[in-house]
Ligand binder design. Structure first.
Ligand code: FPP
Length: 238
């Protein structure tokens, strides 16, 4: 019944949906600054937007969504901010584990370099991946310690270790953290750049920008992006 509902809603709302959606969660710092709050307050509110939007992607029937949560460059931020972000990821994974109904049918996956991430967080991520693997809902990739260039290099190194001496596009595509093609990338907060996100996957992505800061981003904004995507004429170079 739930599945039936989901399909009906999907048809009624959008004629076409991205199979793989990428979201750059930007503007937390500015959101906090506008309110005279520490940056960490912006990230905390940003985590709420993440949960809301992940749920909405699942309700709409989007197959896969990758959230850019922490880049390989974000380690350069003040230690306190890095710690708080790690704690937010940790808390979310605990919450998802303890409250399976609240996280619906969402499948959680990790996209990024494992080295450098605290072993306790890694353990939780492995558990979340395993415990949600059998679900049928949206695949939610959490890009943590993620860099697009690093991802491609990791894929190539894996292939070298397997003994390959010549590689194809498919070889790389099949060894990325996420699906090979990203159909739509959303970036709020007024910035219009890719910032090392899904470099390979973005080859034929559509882009959608908005001035809304990520902590204020809600279902309505997601719908605006999807409505715009619906109208795009995608030719894939043909
Ligand atoms: C970039 O905006 C945002 C980040 C580096 C962190 C994004 C992380 C979250 C929203 C938390 C997600 C939580 C979970 C549980 C996945 P910025 O803070 O640099 O913004 P600014 O450009 O306004 O300073």
């Amino acid at each position: 019944m739930a599945l039936f509902n989901k399909k009906t809603e999907k048809k009624a709302e959008f004629s076409t949906l991205p199979n793989h959606l990428g979201i750059i969660m930007d503007g937390n710092g500015r959101w906090a600054k506008k309110r005279g709050l520490p940056r960490t307050a912006g990230h905390k509110q940003g985590a709420e937007s993440f949960k809301k939007i992940a749920q909405e992607c699942d309700r709409l029937g989007i197959k896969e969504v990758t959230f850019y949560a922490f880049s390989t460059e974000n380690w350069k931020r003040p230690q306190e901010e890095v710690n708080q972000l790690m704690k937010l990821f940790y808390d979310f994974l605990i919450e998802a584990k303890e409250n399976l109904t609240a996280s619906g049918q969402v499948r959680v996956r990790f996209a990024g370099e494992r080295e450098g991430i605290h072993s306790e967080l890694l353990k939780l991520m492995d558990e979340a991946e395993a415990e949600t693997a059998e679900r049928t809902g949206t695949i939610v990739n959490l890009a943590i310690n993620y860099g697009g260039r690093q991802e491609i290099v990791a894929a190539v190194n894996k292939l070298i270790k397997e003994g390959k001496t010549e590689i194809t596009e498919d070889d790389i595509s099949n060894n990325l953290y996420t699906s090979a093609d990203c159909d739509l990338i959303i970036r709020p907060s007024g910035e219009e750049r890719l910032s090392n996100f899904l470099l390979w996957q973005a080859a034929y992505s559509e882009f959608w920008y908005s001035d809304v800061l990520w902590p204020d981003f809600d279902e309505k904004d997601l719908h605006s992006a999807l409505a715009e995507f619906e109208k795009r004429n995608r030719r894939f170079g043909g």
